[in-house]
Design a protein around this ligand. Structure first.
Ligand code: HEM
Length: 390
């Protein structure tokens, strides 16, 4: 029997997405469609929701709460449980420990970019922007080279199903990948308790404060959290940089001449093409926000990408100003859940751009109209035309 084809809704392009956000900020700063979470569009309201954790809970994942065996990740936990996890994990995530990874990340960028820059056309995602952060997280977790392909497969399978994993029913493939990855890391955590290694996971096994040690379940959840929080976001940041280079080849030349401008360029890319488009909260009580009555238990979607284009805060918010000062964007969130990997992500972004500038005279997108984001993450494939430097 012939199957009827279902209509497929194309994800919005950047222009469509940001036009919709502009309309929300102007007309409906806090609004919702029937049966969906409240969308919060203006900067000040998004900032407030992120900061006021006593009113807006991060315990949004129904599945996590229903499943008693599951240790919640810090991203979906409120104080006091969050305070304990964050205090323990932060100890192994200091600027000094991040800086110590620079050489290894630079070498990884160099290897991937040399390969990509050897041709005139390539896939930015599969050949550079995805393997880079997955490799960085794998190194942090002590995954050996021989296990890398397996780890990348788990990571891809889990991330493509992340929405369902958090608030729905995950696919069989995702359940299987999750089970295999849990068994792999539990075995490694057991070995690390006998013999320490020299990577973040090992540091976390041994970290001890007045809060005590991390349990096996908490360590395992942290492995999953790094996959969820650290990979697709960093991939999207690199794609954002390349979108800018496509639109503004003059900036590529400018950064080549003045690499000291790269950190400011990365900050503006984080604002302009926010990789973490929105996060989720749940109202802890009946409250008032942006003229709306929110009921206890309602879900709320602070639209970080919209806040970052709010011209109440950013002059000419829809213009990319590579040396914008100040730039108080919310791309890494704010308050108690603000991104723990921000220093690392900024470094990965900088090193990725430096390697492009070293090996290329420019690069452009094959399809400039591609969607801004695909579901929760970066597109699976982004064709680029490359102009290797002579
Ligand atoms: C450009 C890249 C990145 C962006 C834009 C980003 C953005 C964010 C945002 C917005 C949050 C807060 C979410 C919320 O409040 O609900 C967050 C939390 C977090 N991020 Fe990132 N992130 C990036 C890269 C990374 C990396 C590379 C890592 C680690 C390898 C990481 C680890 C974390 C962790 C552990 C949390 C949870 C913090 C907590 O709950 O206390 N992130 N990130």
């Amino acid at each position: 029997m012939e199957q009827e084809e279902l209509p497929v809704e194309n994800p919005p392009t950047g222009a469509e997405l940001y036009a919709e956000y502009a309309e929300l900020r102007a007309e409906n700063p806090v609004s919702r469609n029937e049966g969906e979470p409240w969308r919060v569009a203006r900067y000040e309201d998004v900032r407030h929701v992120l900061k006021a954790h006593a009113d807006f809970s991060s315990e949004v994942s129904q599945r996590m709460q229903e499943d008693e065996d599951r240790t919640p990740t810090m991203l979906f936990t409120d104080p006091p449980a969050h305070d304990r996890l964050r205090a323990l994990v932060s100890r192994a995530f200091t600027p000094r420990q991040v800086a110590a990874q620079e050489t290894q990340i630079e070498e990884r960028c160099e290897r991937l970019m040399l390969n990509l820059a050897s041709k005139s056309r390539g896939d930015l995602i599969t050949e550079f922007a995805a393997p880079l952060p997955v490799g960085v997280v794998a190194t942090m977790l002590g995954v050996e080279d021989g296990d890398f392909v397996q780890f990348k497969h788990w990571s891809d399978t889990i991330f493509t199903n992340i929405g369902e994993i958090l608030i729905g029913t995950p696919s069989e493939a995702a359940v299987q990948a999750g089970g295999e990855m849990s068994a792999y890391f539990l075995e490694r955590i057991g070995r690390l308790r006998q013999t320490p290694g020299s990577h973040l996971l090992s540091d976390l096994v041994y970290v001890e404060t007045a809060e005590g040690h991390l349990t096996d379940g908490e360590l395992l959840m942290f492995c999953f959290l790094l996959l969820i929080a650290g990979n697709e976001t960093t991939t999207s940041l690199i794609v954002g940089c390349v979108r800018i280079f496509h639109d503004r080849p003059d900036l590529f030349d400018r950064l080549k001449l003045s690499p000291d401008l790269i950190p400011g360029f990365i900050e503006e890319t984080l604002r302009y093409h926010s990789p973490f488009r929105a996060t989720l909260r749940k109202a802890r009580r009946n409250l008032h926000l942006g003229g709306q009555d929110i009921r206890e238990g309602d879900l709320i979607l602070p639209l970080i990408a919209s806040a970052n284009r709010d011209d109440r805060v950013f002059d000419s918010a829809d213009r990319f100003i590579f040396n914008r000062q100040p730039n108080p964007h919310l791309a890494f969130g704010l308050g108690i859940h603000s991104c723990l990997g921000a220093t690392l992500a900024r470094m990965e972004g900088r090193l990725a751009v430096e390697s492009m500038l070293r090996h290329l005279d420019g690069l452009s997108l094959c399809d400039p109209e591609m969607p801004e984001l695909d579901g929760f993450g970066a597109p699976a494939s982004v064709g680029v035309e490359l102009r290797p430097s002579g």
